[in-house]
Write a protein that binds this ligand. Structure first.
Ligand code: HEC
Ligand code: HEC
Ligand code: HEC
Ligand code: HEC
Ligand code: HEC
Length: 199
């Protein structure tokens, strides 16, 4: 084989690799930008089942800095796989557990998850502690489970007088010591569940 032909092969390989790496990223950006055509509108709201207005605005900059920017909107909103400019009014609830299986297993054993199974729908779901669109690693100052923000995250429910009254028996203040001891993942560490030690 001539040297020129060898070089051509290398070039072809490099081009192929570039196409493989660049195309999905580009498609992803297109998918998400279609969502933002409507969901970057701060006025966009829906009315939920109990008649409350819920904002449908997603902040692009905060989203792009979040841990999930790479999985794109449809990574979680899986019933929107095929991108159209309009979609159904009601979408399937998001399952964090589909990707975070190990954490989900720990969570399913927690008191919060037990309560949801008993029908206490306003107990803590993953997104109540981590957020929906602006999820960051716990070391990030904007993470809701950053030690600086954790008390506020738990206290949204646990220090809400009406909420505590409605859920008799729950702690009316979740102090940092208890947070660690009782948090779903803290418990897992105590029991030594494999893979949870770093959570
Ligand atoms: C043409 C505008 C438009 C586009 C494009 C669009 N949406 Fe929506 N979206 C809406 C409107 C309007 C609603 C509110 C529907 C209603 O009245 O309840 C909504 C509601 C939603 C909801 C809440 C659904 C529920 O069950 O309450 C989600 C989640 C959502 N959109 C995600 C997305 C994602 C992800 C994309 C991109 C793949 C996207 N949307 C693209 C207009 C749009
Ligand atoms: C990490 C998972 C995840 C990703 C990725 C994600 N979402 Fe969501 N989204 C959620 C969760 C959780 C909810 C709350 C409702 C539920 O549990 O299904 C939600 C709700 C919504 C709603 C309804 C309003 C609200 O805040 O409850 C809209 C609109 C929406 N998402 C749009 C988007 C758009 C646009 C993108 C991409 C820019 C996106 N989502 C990416 C998890 C995600
Ligand atoms: C489609 C798969 C997928 C879904 C669904 C998903 N995640 Fe993730 N999540 C990931 C990936 C991939 C990473 C890792 C990003 C990285 O390590 O850079 C991640 C990272 C995280 C992190 C940060 C962990 C760390 O070590 O920095 C948290 C917290 C998190 N996800 C919570 C959630 C929550 C809460 C939901 C539901 C609202 C959810 N995830 C839904 C794929 C997913
Ligand atoms: C009651 C609140 C709460 C609920 C509910 C919850 N988490 Fe967490 N999560 C935490 C706290 C607090 C930490 C940080 C623990 C620590 O400091 O080590 C954490 C840590 C994590 C981490 C590691 C984050 C990092 O940056 O290292 C991931 C991933 C995660 N949770 C995913 C989930 C998923 C997925 C669910 C649902 C299946 C869930 N969590 C439910 C409170 C919660
Ligand atoms: C979305 C609301 C909500 C958030 C956020 C929340 N909790 Fe809870 N929590 C509840 C509810 C509701 C119960 C009661 C469940 C039941 O009925 O057994 C509960 C129960 C508990 C209990 C059990 C009390 C007992 O002994 O029966 C502990 C401990 C607890 N939460 C700690 C936390 C910590 C720590 C955080 C933050 C990391 C947190 N919670 C965040 C709603 C919440």
């Amino acid at each position: 084989m001539g040297r020129e032909k060898g070089k051509l092969w290398v070039l072809a390989f490099v081009l192929l690799a570039l196409i493989i790496f660049l195309v999905p990223a580009k498609l992803r950006a297109v998918e998400d930008s279609l969502c933002f055509e409507c969901h970057s509108d701060k006025q966009l709201v829906k009315v939920d089942d109990v008649g409350r207005e819920v904002s449908l605005y997603v902040d692009k900059a905060n989203w792009e800095n979040s841990v999930h920017a790479d999985i794109s909107c449809v990574g979680c909103h899986t019933d929107l796989e095929i991108m159209k400019t309009e979609h159904a009014e009601k979408l399937k609830p998001v399952s964090c557990g589909q990707c975070h299986e190990a954490v989900d297993k720990v969570y399913q054993g927690s008191l919060h998850a037990e309560a949801i199974r008993r029908g206490v729908q306003d107990s803590a779901h993953c997104s109540d502690c981590h957020g929906t669109h602006y999820v960051y690693p716990k070391g990030h100052i904007m993470s809701r489970v950053n030690p600086m923000n954790l008390e506020e995250t738990c206290d949204r429910c646990h220090a809400d007088v009406a909420f505590v009254k409605e859920h008799r028996g729950i702690p009316d203040r979740v102090l940092p010591g208890l947070v660690y001891k009782e948090s779903v993942h803290g418990r897992a560490v105590k029991r030594g569940i494999e893979g949870a030690a770093s959570l």
